[in-house]
Design a protein around this ligand. Structure first.
Ligand SMILES: [Zn+2]
Length: 848
């Protein structure tokens, strides 16, 4: 009897197991807790997505499109109807045909493509919880509603765009939280420690990286995105916990390149969301705060690629935890936050599905106009190719390839007129056959216009972000914008090959013009090749060489033996660096290779400050520069133990922007100064330079604190006394007269100083603060703004005033060492390509 009972039990459990295998598990069944009760780790998110793909292969496909810097998988889930899923590839190709990117005629009726991205900001952690419910709803065979919507819509979901950041937050929260969460806003679990979970591994804000794609997550994701080009893109975020919910329509300013249809559809989708939020009595706001101007967000970049791009914001973020008691006494729970993003996702799908035909038609029209009737005054962009631009042009074409922007080469010499980015004027232009040409008559012309045009018109100056990014300045290539159409030939320019005929030259020479040259130098250093640098321009064998030219002599490299030639040549080829050979150390003008002004470049041991007080972004940009861009060893120091670090272990110490009051107290600063006097090099950027300004032995002075400030005050007091009668409602607008929102300025350089080598007389900086410095009496004013150095972008009237006669880049010898002040951050967001050489100069050339 007993045995029979046991048998029956076994049978029963087998049956249940079988039934369970058939019925699709909800997130709660799969995870063992209801969504919202605790945070789900990235590993478990991945498990559930893969589980769904395994259980419902007729409805969902999952692709691992890459890995994060920390090695976590990046996933895309493709959800479509039973009919559409098998022909996904066909739908994709057909969609690219609609855009004119793939060749051939569009075949048959095309579903709309909706792409939804979750958790790009790691600590805006609700998104990757909500997406699990969304996925379940889309895949659940009993859900008639989603089944209907999927008839004419393909949904692509990125469940977690930034797994490293999310995991930083989630793990910390789990370690810190009270059981079940503590709603008190003062509980530890609501105060994320430095650096916070928002950015990725290198502390880059991935939602500022859509257009620049400097990070591995963005690069891999955008490669996929470009294969699909959806009609609708929704990006899910969170804001402060006291705020309710935000959905489109977006706030002003909207970039002028956004079409009336794209503007209208923002309202349409807003209406769908509104309906559900009103039904549930949930608060929300629209048309405020989140503008569509800066092109590197998850709403704007898709918009400039023909989609309806939208941001959704839930109140919560890294502050909210599982529960958070708000000022109005209500408790915001993770469950509430999930519900809102879940509904907004479904409302977006519904809107897309119900307007699918219109969306695909308008998408075609958009790309057709791009190709045949491109907007804007300029129809062609020309980038000059010469001896000095090889490296920067290579970086530019890599970037254009990444963006699917077509380009070619002039193919023949001609002359025309155009806007000269360097002078800001219309001038005559000589186009040479090897010049790079980007025509506006191409599918991605809107994106080209947004990225390349010299001026982006702001319809309203209150924006969330920087206001200028014109790529010719960012890439440091001499460029012209033409109103006329100039079609590019397809032929590649004659490649500058390193055809060195001398077998064992006296020396190899390499010009110093771009980041490629920095990589070449550091790669040689790593291989123990001794490299020298000429501090003066020289002429040799009929060729001119500018200051900064690298010289690799046989003398001094005897240790390399016969390998030297092969190593130098292979390294130059690897980095695309044109190499010259000389058979003598004698120059026809300038200094011979044996001269004291030809400096041996010592391989510096570099340390960078990190930790509490330092801006995570500013630090991350430097960390990324060394590890990912030039591949050079860097030691990261923490502010919490800096006092115990024996500085003599290092040659260079970099202080990224931050507040240094606590870490560099009087005693610590004295130690740093002693180390500099003994031969160390201190590089202080932005607010770190500001911190040193006015301190004993540092010759830097803030403009707002020097003699100039007195004059400004005197002038102000003479102004109209009624200026004090300001309207309260105008306060935000008033404040911006003090602002400079990432604008481009021409910096006048002292090209004889190593900090400026490789640039000539000017450098275009992306200036983000009007907190500038006076010219130094004791020290080298290497990069300065004079009277009219403004190039493009928004600058408030008062800020413009302060950005006159200001020091941007300077150095100060101190004992046997150097202090380098960079008031501008040349590595900002890793996209200002032209700044990377400047930073290389500071680290590898200055003070050698
Ligand atoms: Zn966000």
């Amino acid at each position: 009897m007993k045995r029979l009972f046991a048998f029956a039990l076994l049978l029963l459990s087998l049956q249940t197991a079988l039934a369970q295998k058939q019925a699709l598990q909800t997130p709660a069944q799969f995870l063992g807790y209801t969504l919202g009760q605790e945070f789900t780790t990235h590993a478990r998110i991945t498990d559930y997505v893969l589980y769904l793909a395994q259980q419902a292969p007729n409805r969902i496909r999952v692709q691992e499109y890459g890995k994060t810097y920390e090695g976590r998988p990046l996933l895309l889930a493709y959800v479509a109807s039973d009919e559409n899923l098998p022909r996904l590839e066909q739908i994709r190709e057909n969609n690219l045909r609609q855009a004119g990117i793939a060749s051939g005629a569009v075949q048959g009726k095309q579903p709309a493509i909706l792409w939804m991205s979750y958790n790009i900001h790691g600590n805006e952690s609700v998104s990757s919880e909500a997406v699990l419910q969304v996925l379940y709803d889309l895949v659940d065979p009993n859900n008639q509603q989603t089944k209907k919507w999927l008839e004419n819509t393909v949904v692509i979901l990125d469940p977690c765009v930034n797994p490293d950041g999310r995991e930083r937050y989630v793990q910390w929260y789990k370690q810190t939280q009270n059981r079940g969460g503590n709603a008190s806003p003062y509980a530890w679990e609501h105060y994320e420690p430095w650096p916070g979970g928002r950015p990725n591994h290198y502390y880059f804000d991935l939602n500022r990286d859509w257009a620049w794609q400097t990070q591995i997550e963005s690069k891999q994701r955008m490669a996929q995105y470009n294969q699909w080009l959806p009609q609708v893109h929704a990006d899910f975020h969170e804001m402060g916990p006291e705020q309710p919910y935000y959905f489109s329509p977006a706030a002003k300013p909207l970039h002028e390149s956004i079409t009336p249809w794209q503007r209208d559809f923002q309202y349409t989708i807003g209406d769908y969301n509104r309906k559900y939020f009103d039904q549930n009595n949930w608060l929300y706001f629209t048309r405020e705060n989140f503008d569509l101007f800066y092109p590197s967000y998850g709403d704007t970049w898709p918009t400039f690629n023909g989609a309806i791009g939208m941001t959704y914001e839930q109140g919560g973020s890294g502050r909210a935890g599982l529960a958070y008691k708000k000022q109005d006494g209500d408790t915001l729970t993770l469950t509430d936050r999930i519900a809102h993003h879940h509904i907004a996702s479904l409302a977006t799908l519904q809107a897309t599905a119900e307007k699918a035909d219109q969306l695909t038609q308008e998408f075609r029209k958009y790309y057709d106009n791009n190709l045949k009737k491109p907007g804007g005054d300029y129809k062609t962009f020309v980038f000059k190719a010469d001896d000095r631009s090889t490296g920067n042009l290579k970086a530019l074409t890599d970037y254009l390839d990444q963006q699917q922007i077509r380009y070619g080469y002039a193919g023949k010499n001609s002359s025309t007129r155009g806007f000269n980015y360097a002078t800001g004027k219309e001038e005559s232009v000589k186009v040479s056959q090897n010049d790079l040409v980007v025509s506006m008559y191409q599918p991605k012309s809107t994106l080209v216009k947004v990225l390349f045009e010299p001026n982006s018109n702001l319809e309203d100056s209150l924006t969330y972000d920087i206001t200028s990014w014109a790529m010719p300045y960012a890439f440091g290539v001499q460029a012209y914008a033409l109103k006329s159409r100039l079609e590019a030939g397809n032929q590649k320019p004659t490649k500058v090959a390193n055809t060195i005929t001398v077998e064992r030259p006296f020396a190899y020479l390499a010009r110093w013009n771009s980041l490629q040259d920095v990589k070449f130098l550091t790669d040689l250093m790593a291989q123990k090749v001794k490299v020298r640098m000429s501090e003066k321009p020289f002429e040799m064998e009929g060729k001119q060489y500018e200051a900064g030219t690298l010289i690799i002599t046989r003398t001094g490299n005897e240790g390399m033996g016969d390998k030297l030639d092969a190593v130098v040549r292979a390294t130059a080829d690897k980095h695309g660096v044109p190499l010259q050979a000389s058979t003598t150390g004698f120059v026809s003008s300038g200094a011979d290779f044996g001269s004291g002004s030809v400096r041996f470049l010592k391989m510096p041991k570099v340390a960078v400050m990190s930790g509490e007080g330092v801006s995570p972004y500013a630090f991350g940009e430097i960390w990324h520069y060394f590890e990912q861009q030039i591949g050079y060893p860097v030691t990261v120091l923490g502010t919490n133990y800096f006092a115990n670090v024996p500085l003599h272990e290092f040659d260079v110490l970099i202080l990224p922007a931050g507040s240094y009051g606590r870490v560099l107290n009087e005693q610590a600063l004295e130690q740093v100064k002693n180390w500099v006097r003994g031969g160390g090099k201190l590089i202080a950027l932005e607010s770190a330079a500001g911190f040193l300004a006015g301190k004993k032995d540092f010759n830097l002075q803030k403009k707002s604190e020097g003699e100039g400030a007195e004059k400004d005050k005197a002038k102000e007091s003479k102004e109209d006394p009624y200026r004090l009668l300001r309207a309260y409602g105008d306060r935000e607008r008033e404040a911006i007269s003090e602002d400079v929102q990432g604008s481009v300025f021409r910096v006048n350089l002292d090209k004889t100083h190593p900090l400026a080598f490789g640039y000539g007389d000017t450098y275009y900086a992306l200036v983000r603060t009007s907190d500038t410095f006076s010219f130094m009496k004791d020290g080298w004013n290497v990069g300065v703004l004079k009277k009219d150095n403004y190039a493009t972008g928004f600058v408030g009237a008062k800020a413009k005033e302060r950005l006159r006669d200001a020091l941007i880049l300077g150095t100060q010898p101190m004992g046997r060492g150097q202090v380098v002040y960079l008031a501008d951050n040349p590595l900002f967001r890793g996209f200002w390509h032209n700044g990377k050489l400047l930073f290389g100069n500071a680290v590898f050339l200055v003070g050698q």
